[in-house]
Design a protein around this ligand. Structure first.
Ligand code: HPA
Length: 245
């Protein structure tokens, strides 16, 4: 089964015929919202809105451990995460889709492992390649097959939020080699790896990052909704195609 985690702008998957909803409980607490089960073509899909059904859970307050655990427990083997980002790299524009191949984690204070706490044995995971090579390649083929442009590769910087960054912070992320910046990519990717879930993220550029493009003086937050709404239509096409190939 394919799991889809929807971020800002993707609170539901319009092309998913929902057959059942479940409010899951996990040893790590409650996920962000109900799991929605259904089908796209012949593919079983479970969908979860990362920020909850009413978009009320902030990036640093998301219970990432409960979310991934609930999806795994429901029978998911792979996860396509969708996440809004700001563009750091100069050739990226609002509306662009990018499939990162690497991540740098700047978050702090989040519960970021299942292997912690009394009585839990310590385990290290390999995270050299944080995203599933195989799932990335299938997503790229799906995008190609349905004629949607999605850039292959990039470095995702995961920041703590919920505030946006300063221009100097974005300059630093750029010097670090980051192409896009978002607030939810970690620890989600690492937890998926701990659970042996194949995980890839479709990032959707919502805005130029602070200090760049038309965000030179301030990020125009009022425009983000419309950008994401249009772009999520293309993301749905790609997921639809993924389920048909
Ligand atoms: N920064 C961090 N996260 C984001 C941004 C941004 O500019 N845009 C959308 N998510």
């Amino acid at each position: 089964m394919l799991a889809v985690i929807g971020g800002s702008g993707l609170a539901q998957l319009g092309n998913l015929e929902v057959r059942r909803r479940k409010r899951a409980r996990t040893p790590y607490g409650k996920p962000s919202g109900a799991l929605a089960f259904g089908c796209i073509a012949d593919c079983d899909v479970v969908f979860l809105a990362r920020h909850g059904d009413g978009h009320s859970v902030a990036p640093h307050e998301v219970n990432y451990r409960a979310n991934l655990w609930a999806l795994k427990d429901a029978g998911a083997g792979e996860v396509v995460a969708v996440a809004a980002v700001g563009a750091i790299r100069r050739d990226l524009e609002p509306g662009a889709l990018l499939l990162p191949h690497q991540v740098i984690d700047y978050t702090w204070g989040r519960r970021s492992s299942y292997f912690e706490g009394p009585g839990t044995p310590l385990k290290h995971i390999d995270f050299t390649e944080p995203y599933s090579r195989e799932l990335r390649s299938r997503l790229l083929s799906a995008a190609l097959a349905c004629g949607e442009q999605m850039l292959d590769g990039g470095v995702y910087a995961a920041t703590q939020g919920p505030r946006l960054e300063t221009a100097a912070e974005i300059d630093r992320l750029e010097r670090d080699g980051a192409d896009v910046v978002g607030m939810t990519g970690m620890p989600e990717a690492a937890l998926a790896r701990e659970l042996s879930l194949q995980y890839a993220a479709i990032t959707v550029v919502a805005n130029y990052a602070a200090g760049r493009g038309d965000s030179r003086r301030a990020v125009p937050l009022e425009r983000i909704g419309a950008v994401l709404e249009e772009a999520m239509g293309r993301v749905r096409n790609i997921i639809d195609r993924l389920c048909r190939q």
